[in-house]
Design a protein around this ligand. Structure first.
Ligand code: UDP
Ligand code: MG
Length: 312
């Protein structure tokens, strides 16, 4: 029998987990022809999340868990699940039931047929989300698809089911700065999209603030594109050229009209603009350098505190 494992990243989800388990358990049991189980990844929660998971694990042998030594972020939680999983098919889903688990059987059967390797969810509406948030995220998708070779579908979610082959390829990417939406697309393979509508969180609250989403977006661009470096190069080139032309003009003018002293305001503007651009370019280079720094340190993406998964 084929095996299926569902990875559930959890950070402070003590209220959601019982709902989640109740809803998804019967669905997994009823999956015909699959031996399926859960892998809950407790991402260093500070509430009773781990206790909730252990309670489930005590009564259900299909509940496996991995608990981190601290909060490493959802990217690391997903990677841990993928690394520990041995199943033929592996799924990822949020613990807050915002991802409709009813899609899972359909997703699995589209992979079983051999036609697709990834079955992923894409949300088609953003109702219930702050207006400015959706405006910014739309702009982000436009920007990253322009700047980077990997194409990320607007509204693509982490909610997906993958074949073993895809999981192996994702795990083989050892980068520390992980931007899964980019990684999922970078590895390639055939993806079947499942469109679904946004639903509200079942309990607890979102861990994403506007600021964390902004840094996430910058991470995505820097990790999957070097275009920002080229942009600062082009701006630099443009201003040097403009400066040269202006210098020639002044030399000619001095030869013809003689020297004049005025011109401090324009000088001051030029210094401000050019100084600002130099700092901006340095900042962009710095962003890349900082990532090279964290990459070469080659630290693990997560540290496991405890787990009931026996490594084979
Ligand atoms: N999550 C996690 N580590 C974190 C933040 C979030 O494992 O540092 C999990 C969280 O428990 C949930 C999923 O990632 O299962 C999505 O988080 P959330 O619902 O806060 O994000 P949103 O749905 O608002 O994008
Ligand atoms: Mg959520």
């Amino acid at each position: 029998m084929k095996t299926f494992e569902l990875i559930v990243p959890c950070f402070n989800e003590q209220e959601s987990i019982p709902f989640f388990y109740e809803t998804v358990k019967s669905l997994l049991l009823n999956l015909d022809g699959f031996n399926s189980s859960f892998i809950f990844v407790d991402d260093g929660s500070r509430d009773g999340t781990l206790d909730e998971i252990k309670k489930l694990a005590a009564s259900d042998e299909k509940v496996k868990y991995i608990s981190f030594s601290r909060n490493f972020g959802k990217e690391s939680a997903m990677l841990a699940g993928l690394t520990f999983s041995k199943a033929d098919y592996v799924g990822i889903i949020d613990a807050d039931l915002q991802h409709d688990p009813a899609l899972i059987p359909e997703m699995l059967s589209s992979l079983e047929s051999g036609e697709y390797d990834i079955a992923a969810a894409r949300r088609v509406d953003r109702t219930g989300e702050a207006k400015f948030k959706s405006v910014f995220s739309k702009a982000f998708y436009k920007l990253i698809n322009r700047m980077s070779d990997v194409k990320i579908a607007d509204g693509a979610q982490d909610f997906r089911v993958m074949t073993r082959q895809v999981v192996e390829s994702i795990v083989s990417m050892r980068e520390y700065n992980r931007f899964s939406k980019g990684i999922f697309s970078w590895v390639g393979f055939k993806t079947k999209w499942f469109e679904h509508e946004n639903s509200k969180r079942v309990a607890g609250k979102s861990k994403w603030s506007f600021w964390s989403l902004t840094t996430y977006a910058i991470d995505g661009i820097i990790n999957f594109s070097t275009v920002p470096l080229k942009i600062s190069f082009l701006i630099g080139a443009f201003f040097s050229f403009a400066g040269l032309v202006y210098a020639l003009y002044i030399i000619l003018r001095t030869i013809i009209n003689g020297s004049d002293v005025p011109g401090y305001p324009s000088l001051f503007c030029a210094i401000l603009i050019i100084g600002g651009l130099i700092l901006l370019s340095l900042g962009i280079i710095g962003e890349y350098l900082a990532r090279i720094y964290t990459e070469v340190k080659d630290r693990p993406s997560f540290i496991v505190d405890e787990t009931n998964i026996v490594k084979k």
